[in-house]
Design a protein around this ligand. Structure first.
Ligand code: PGA
Length: 224
């Protein structure tokens, strides 16, 4: 069993979410499926048979932080997972490793399982080491990691499977084997099977391709 996660980013609509839920509910899979819609659409997932997550959560669960999403309330509305430190958050909102750590901590306090995203710009593995430095030595039993090389996100480019395997092996060496490790960046219905066959992989985080319901259903059914 692998983890198949869908990050819609800031896409979708009420109508699309309704269609997605009704069609994906019909799809059988042995994998664990987690969907991360925009927070505004979480309410459309009543009756969804798979898992739900949020794309972001705040560094605190309550208080005076206008416009942020409380991890406690996200849990309350049905989320069990949250993405932390996605490269778009790190770049567009200048979230540094300190903020990522605070969000990881607060998400766990609220009962959410954080999926901590890490990724380097130019095949510089020391970046990954730096991004993980605060988390190393912590209790990572309820944490998932997603390796998403920045140069592969939304570009249609993926590293060769052997390279993905090498990086995942490197990351497991840093964080231990207890945390599931996903790959993300231009995963599609066409390449999902070969990526999911990589040795050290526990699943995939799918962005753009998760908005194509038929294609995402195929990824959910990839036999590995
Ligand atoms: P992509 O995005 O699949 O569209 O490359 C992946 C992600 O950002 O999680």
């Amino acid at each position: 069993m692998k983890i198949i996660a869908a990050n819609w980013k800031m896409n979708g609509s009420v109508r699309f979410a309704e269609e997605f839920v009704s069609k994906i509910n019909e799809v059988q899979t042995n994998h664990k499926v987690i969907v991360f819609p925009p927070a505004e659409l979480l309410g459309q997932f009543q009756g969804f048979r798979y898992c739900l997550g949020a794309q972001n959560s705040a560094i605190a669960s309550s208080g005076a932080i206008t416009g942020e999403s409380s991890p406690r309330i996200l849990y309350d509305v049905g989320c069990r997972y949250v993405l932390v430190g996605h490269s778009e958050r790190r770049t567009l909102f200048r979230e540094d490793d300190k903020v990522v750590f605070a969000k990881w901590q607060e998400a766990r306090n609220a009962g959410l399982i954080p999926i901590v995203c890490i990724g380097e710009r130019r095949r510089r593995w020391d970046t990954l080491q730096k991004q993980l430095s605060r988390l190393r030595g912590q209790d990572l039993s309820q944490t998932i990691f997603a390796y998403e090389p920045v140069w592969c996100i939304g570009t249609g480019v993926t590293p060769p499977p052997e390279e993905i395997d090498d990086v995942l092996y490197f990351i497991k060496g840093l964080v231990g084997k207890q945390s599931p490790l996903l790959y993300g960046g231009s995963v599609t219905a066409e390449n999902a099977k070969s990526i999911l066959s990589v040795n050290n992989i526990d699943g995939v985080l799918v962005g753009g391709a998760s908005l194509d319901i038929a294609g995402f259903s195929q990824i959910m059914q990839a036999s590995v």
